[in-house]
Design a protein around this ligand. Sequence first.
Ligand code: GLN
Length: 547
Amino acid sequence: MARYVFITGGVVSSLGKGLASAALGALLQARGYTVRLRKLDPYLNVDPGTMSPFEHGEVFVTDDGAETDLDLGHYERFTGVSARNTDSVSSGRIYSTVLEKERRGDYLGKTIQVIPHVTNEIKDFLATGDDEVDFMLCEIGGTVGDIEGLPFFEAIRQFSQDKPRGQCIFMHLTLLPYLGASGELKTKPTQHSVKELRSIGIAPDVLVCRSDKEIPAKERAKIALFCNVRQDAVIAAPDLKSIYEAPLAYHREGLDKAVLDAFQINHSPKPVLDRWEDVADRVFNPEGEVRVGIIGKYTQLEDAYKSIVEALTHGGMANRAKVKVEWVDAELFDNEDAEPYLKGLHAILVPGGFGERGTEGKIKAAQFARENKIPYLGICLGMQMAVIEAARNVANLSDAGSEEFDHEAGEKRFTPVVYHLKEWVQGNHKVERKVEDNKGGTMRLGAYTAKLAADSKVAGIYGSTTIEERHRHRYEVDVRYRDQLENCGLTFSGMSPDGSLPEIVEWKDHPWFIGVQFHPELKSKPFDPHPLFADFVRAAIETSRLV
Ligand code: GLN
């Protein structure tokens, strides 16, 4: 039976709860334990799949096809444990399950209430797979006191009571603001936050205090006294230069020790931290810098491309180089020459996206990269745009486009070299969807296998001809144009096992031009950079040497 650590936050949001949880997971692993991380989000959306990336950042996709919160990406990057559908839940999903059960008559006509029906549903979610790991780390989104979060707090309180004593602990993150006028770190907001937590029946065992100053012993003692925690369970969370420093920094501050102490587990064997020492060394001691342009649509909110930025960082670490990301809004040159926006970049990445806005700019970026022999990585929509560019400018299909844009505009304007897929095979069953199924839950989602041509560049990069990568899209490159495009030099070097769905394209006579229908960024780790990103950055370094 797993031990549970519940991670909550107080005072303000964005304190880095996800990072603290992920770092704790990494530290427990470094001590030889197995872990799984979970996220409970109080918002009422049923899943993050239909939430705007502008507001909520990227949608992280799991192997088993769940569209989840981006925190699951952090968890995977720090622990290497593949997240699952059962690792993320929102209030919306809990309520909709409860209401479905009520409609079905499962509750036999009883009055349905937050306690016990909603809380029981949350507890069932928490208990799933509790026999598989040593520690289950469950992060509650939002801050204590939020109205929508209450059922979650009540559920974790009950859950800890249902379990044997010592099976669950509570870790609470707060902020210690610094008041310049008095030259002090103020502990009162933390005291209030803990009071709020205690008023709903939860007493924290470990307090993680975010502050941009050292916490003096006097303040630490005061927090321990007023919040009823042990002094060595008051952990400082200083600002970090890189998130990848977090496991080492939290270890220095004693987080893993405090957590094990709270469970009364012997903490004296030292954790093995070589992996994180190597990661930190690569982050802090790069030997050069390359400029990689991300030609996107959601460029104001970097979280919208979180995993891509991290995967580029990992690619840099593999080459001991720093990757400087240049954000370029594709819409700016929809109707203009792209060169002024793109010249000087050592590599160009066109990420995934939805809708027509900015796509003409992305097509121009693909053309610029092809013609100027700049390394190009097209991800999902970025591959589709590279194919449209090839069709229009090389294969004489001047009206080539994607059915996605015609659907959006409600009129037919393009020859659809990218079309709306209506049925496909997943594992050993057929998936079907109707044209009207346009929003939420109707995409080709999760891990699919691709077969790579043995003599292709990608097979060399992966060191394999069979790969498995995660997908999230409705549209596909139409295999009917394969011969026409291959005759022009655009090789279809990766295909679905039945040969019907193009998974990868690459230009033969180009130093590095690869488009992939999937999202390789989701599987990259700092200690195990994704081969495509590692090689893309290597190619960017080569380009930087030429200019
Ligand atoms: N909008 C495209 C599709 O649905 C690409 C999606 C993506 O880039 N993730 O196929």
